[in-house]
Write a protein of this length. Sequence first.
Length: 66
Amino acid sequence: MPKVKLLTSMAGINFSHNSGDIIDCNEAEAVRFIAAGIAEPVEAAKVERAVAKPVTRKAVKDEESE
């Protein structure tokens, strides 16, 4: 299902949406809303995952021990 961001508020018998809301709708509704100028398409968000950076250590030669 495509997602759209509403540019205007809209309400009906079983729903109400405010301006700026991101809603799921079917493809036909999304095309109609965008064509009418009351919504804009929302790109699918890229999923980012937290990954720990590997710890790298360098061996350091101690000059005093020579």
